[in-house]
Design a protein around this ligand. Structure first.
Ligand code: NCD
Length: 309
């Protein structure tokens, strides 16, 4: 039983991962049939976001409300909570735990959610900790891959863009590493390579991977093209960001090279790394991926709030 959701590594046991994905499927089905039950009635979710968010916060809050619960929170905790008066994250979490049954935290500092969880008397969910991880997004990503491809193993997956600062790809590596017959392509400019910790994690497990700079080199081989945004907010030097932001653009030309049954994903928001020209291509799955956020987060909230085991 997982109490706080901090890292995707916590889902490495297939039994836990599959039970979440199956539950999300059930939630999706019930939702679409108008048969959702209020399984989170009388529960309160506190959303505590120190960094910007659209999908993550709205889908967590929507998931909570759709399942009969209620939501309290602040969309800009750095300014609108007592953080601006100098209160520590530890104290804020200690206090919020008195008023809510689950706390969802997004913070600019890597490791902040793990730290905060030590002071939380209720389950705490990491909704992104700086350049660290984003485990619930990775669960949405594997849910999407399973739905789009009908399988999670036997896949060549290309992770493209900002692999250094992008927290979604970090968590996704942990989940994909558990699957059978996975091959990974890390496509990034030299400056934004996947950190060594993750490469070592794969090496120890014997998972084949290849690092490339040129997207065209692997575009025709990958079953999944997972594109990411260059993380502007992590750059100290804005000129460096300007230089790297348009490094990859997935457009019609790339889609012509890609497999006929390839799946294009992106955690969103996109800036210019995916051309809107390909939005109507049936292989473009990023808007379906964002929709899946609702179902997976319903399953996760049900798991942390109702699983008594
Ligand atoms: C991502 C994030 O916040 O890490 N967005 C999301 O939660 N879907 C990706 C990003 O901001 O680039």
């Amino acid at each position: 039983m997982i109490r706080h959701i901090i890292s995707a590594v916590q889902f490495k046991e297939p039994k836990i991962l599959n039970s979440i994905l199956d539950k999300a499927e059930e939630m999706e089905d019930d939702y679409k049939k108008g048969k959702l039950r209020p399984v989170l009635k009388d529960k309160i979710l506190a959303s505590v976001f120190y960094e910007a968010s659209t999908r993550t916060r709205f889908s967590f809050e929507s998931a909570m409300i759709r399942l009969g619960g209620t939501v309290i929170g602040t969309e800009n905790a750095s300014e609108f909570s007592s953080a601006i008066k100098g209160e520590s994250l530890a104290d804020s979490i200690r206090i919020i735990g008195n008023y809510a049954d689950v706390i969802v935290v997004r913070h600019h500092k890597k490791g902040a959610s793990k730290f905060a969880s030590k002071f939380s008397k209720v389950p705490l969910i990491n909704a992104g900790d700086g350049t660290g991880e984003h485990p619930t997004q990775a669960l949405i990503d594997v849910y999407t891959i399973r739905k789009e491809k009908g399988r999670l193993g036997n896949l060549k997956v290309a992770l493209i863009g900002d692999l250094k600062y992008g927290r979604t790809v970090h968590s996704l590596v942990y989940l994909l590493a558990q699957e059978k017959n996975i091959e990974l392509f890390f496509v990034s400019p030299e400056e934004l390579k996947m950190p060594v910790t993750f490469l070592n994690y794969l090496k120890v497990r014997g998972i084949p991977f290849k690092e490339v700079v040129d997207l065209k080199e692997i575009a025709s081989e990958a079953d999944v093209l997972y594109v990411t945004r260059v993380q502007k907010e992590r750059f100290k030097n804005p000129r460096k960001y300007e230089k790297l932001k348009g490094f990859y653009i997935v457009n019609k030309e790339i889609m012509q090279l890609a497999k006929k049954d390839c799946t294009v994903m992106h955690p969103l928001p996109r800036v210019d790394e995916i051309s809107p020209d390909i939005d109507s291509d049936p292989r473009a799955a990023y808007f379906r991926q964002a929709e899946n956020g609702l179902y997976v987060r319903m399953a996760l909230l049900d798991y942390v709030l109702n699983n008594k085991k």
